[in-house]
Write a protein that binds this ligand. Structure first.
Ligand code: PEP
Ligand code: MG
Length: 603
């Protein structure tokens, strides 16, 4: 079992056995030691125990953070004194003096080594304690000192958290990452040799962090809520990324149970492997095209190995998220042409960058928006950053000279918006033609249907676009007003909601009337129940993450299109999403019970 350490797992810390339930978002079973990433968005720091053997290292971590903070403060002092004058800058010398105070340093170091707590907690506790004592003396001068202490504590905590982030990138042993939250780019940057999987307190099933976990094949559980409160660095934890369970400090019987689960998982995978080469055809002989969603060019190989016949969605923003600069035209061209080459004549649908919301570049994360999912994301961001957009379109068009490429715009909400994006594309085509650069002049230009306004206006869009791809991850979120990244409302996130199904039905009808293809590339396209509904509504191309493709093919082969159509017809007649969802689940479970294996009744 990867990452399983000795069966007798004495973590040496007095943590109670914990059995937590989250949302399984990326299948796989791993057991390993935890690496906890502190959360700096909270006003307090949780008391976290450490093993005795770690105490020295933890004290050194504090010492390094203290020294780094002093260096930072001396630099701030030098800058401030030249810009604002010696008097105004004096405050930073007080900060340096406080951080050099022997009593304070000893208190923090002792707390770490005697009480066996993390450096973060010791810093927070000692500064807060000192602040409270000063505040109780009253007076303006004391209150200013308390503010300074809070400032210092925050600086030290930031340095400690930053150092931990850096450490996370260079782990030297197999580890399970535990955090309150992880951004998609943090997850994408994991060292795949060392990170066995992750479990986080926040997050929903279609958050981009969950999508990255699937892309990397990393077992992951999100929405565990209190996990970071129960785990300390070095604790043994076991996670089941399909069932959504996390066990902290498992005993021998629990480890045995995980070994059994791992065996069952392996058996399931090898049974599925047998159908990857079989046709994706329903029992009554209707062909369904099964293609893959990718975030990185390397995933193309996996798509093909797992039976996909092309790429239905390439999330190109991950090129931007995994780089510290905006990728150049050449860098982008290289990535796109690599996909074309690997696909060897099969279709590649390149979606223009969908940045914003939960996918921020390093530079942009400095300007937080109040409602980022309703903010400057996706095509809106591209239309406001035309040079960047044009660079990407040039790279896509150049790659289209090498093989079948389609281009797709995300988050389109109105016809003029689509026209605007297309006009820019036509401009870029003209430029390339003038320069004598080769590209596919007949390139098909489509759009994602992922907001209700686009679905409702599908008839008008269908006259202008070459294809639709329904993005249920966002369509569900925007139709039901349920944040896809929020575990607290994950129970309300229901693709089988009759309102969503009606929107999908209308899009498919509009596409049929106009004679253009329609596919679905949201995560729900691989859910057994919803995939059945999609087929019943007339969707004949399903695009999903590579690891979901064999299961999806098994589903397609286990149903008839007539059954799918009956199920789809019935779903829209329910008033309640719960009735609709349980009707679909029960019917599909009867038809293809294997599609629900290993989910511990979560469906
Ligand atoms: C979607 O919204 O369904 C989709 C496929 O796009 P993303 O998940 O990247 O937002
Ligand atoms: Mg989307």
């Amino acid at each position: 079992m990867p990452g399983v350490t000795a069966a007798a797992c004495d973590t040496g810390v007095g943590i109670d056995l914990q059995n937590l339930r989250g949302i399984g978002v990326s299948p796989g079973i791993v057991v390993g030691r935890a690496y906890v990433v502190e959360d700096r968005s909270r006003a307090y720091v949780r008391r976290r125990s450490i093993q005795r053997s770690r105490a020295e290292r933890e004290a050194e971590r504090f010492e390094r953070a203290r020294e780094a903070s002093i260096t930072e403060l001396n630099a701030v002092y030098a800058r401030a004194s030249s810009e604002m004058g010696e008097d105004a800058a004096k405050i930073f010398l007080f900060h340096v003096a406080a951080l050099s105070d022997k009593v304070l340093i000893k208190q923090i170091a002792d707390k770490i080594t005697e009480e066996l707590v993390t450096a973060d907690y010791a810093v927070w506790y000692v500064f807060r304690d000192l602040g409270q004592r000063l505040a109780s003396q009253g007076g303006e001068a004391m209150s200013a000192k308390v503010t300074d202490l809070n400032d210092l504590s925050a600086r030290l905590l930031d340095v400690l958290a930053g150092a931990k982030q850096t450490e996370m990138a260079s782990l030297d042993q197999p580890t399970i990452i535990v955090a309150r939250d992880l951004t998609p780019s943090q997850a994408a940057g994991f060292d795949r040799e060392m990170v066995l999987g992750f479990a986080i307190d926040l997050g929903g099933p279609t958050s981009h962090t969950a999508i990255v976990a699937r892309a990397l094949g990393l077992p992951a559980v999100v929405g565990c809520r209190q996990l970071t409160e129960a785990v300390s660095d070095g604790d043994l934890i076991a996670i089941d990324g399909r069932a959504g369970t996390v066990i902290v400090d498992p005993d021998e019987a629990m480890l045995d149970d995980f070994r059994v689960r791992l065996e069952a998982d392996r058996a399931r995978r090898s049974a599925l492997a047998e159908i990857t080469a079989l046709p994706a055809e329903t029992e009554d002989g209707e062909a369904v095209e099964i293609v893959g969603n990718i975030e990185f060019p390397d995933e193309v190989g996996q798509v093909l190995e797992l039976g996909g016949t092309g790429v239905g969605l390439y999330r190109t923003e991950f090129l931007f998220l995994t780089s510290d600069h905006d990728p150049s035209e050449e860098e982008q061209f290289e990535a796109y042409s690599r996909c074309v080459e690997l696909l060897d004549g099969r279709e590649l649908t390149i979606r223009t960058m969908d940045l914003g919301a939960d996918k921020q570049t390093q530079a942009k994360s400095d300007e937080p928006e109040r409602n980022p999912f309703l903010g400057l994301r996706s095509i809106r961001y591209c239309l406001q950053n035309e040079p960047m957009f044009k660079t990407q379109l040039r790279a896509i068009l150049r790659a289209s000279a090498l093989g079948p490429v389609k281009v797709m715009f995300p988050l389109i909400t109105s016809v003029p918006e689509f026209r605007h994006a297309k006009t820019i594309l036509l401009d870029v085509m003209e430029d390339l033609a003038d320069e004598g650069v080769e590209f596919d002049r007949e390139i098909r230009v489509g759009m994602m249907v992922e907001v209700p306004s686009a679905a409702m206006m599908a008839g008008a869009f269908a006259r202008e676009v070459d294809f639709f791809s329904i993005g249920t991850n966002d369509l569900v979120q925007y139709t039901l007003a349920v944040d896809r990244t929020n575990e607290r409302v994950a129970n309300l996130y229901q693709p089988c909601h009759p309102a969503v199904v009606k929107l999908v039905r209308d899009v498919v009808r509009a596409a049929k009337r106009a004679g253009i293809p329609v596919s679905c590339c949201g995560e729900a396209a691989a859910e057994p129940g919803f995939a059945t509904v999609l087929m019943g509504l007339g969707v004949r191309t399903l695009s999903a993450s590579p690891t979901s493709l064999p299961g999806l093919k098994r589903l397609v082969r286990g149903v008839s299109m007539a059954q799918c159509e009956r199920i789809a017809k019935r779903v829209v007649q329910f008033d309640s999403e719960h009735e609709a969802a349980s009707f679909v689940r029960d019917r599909v479970r009867n038809l293809v019970p294997e599609a629900f294996e290993g989910r511990d009744g979560l469906d």
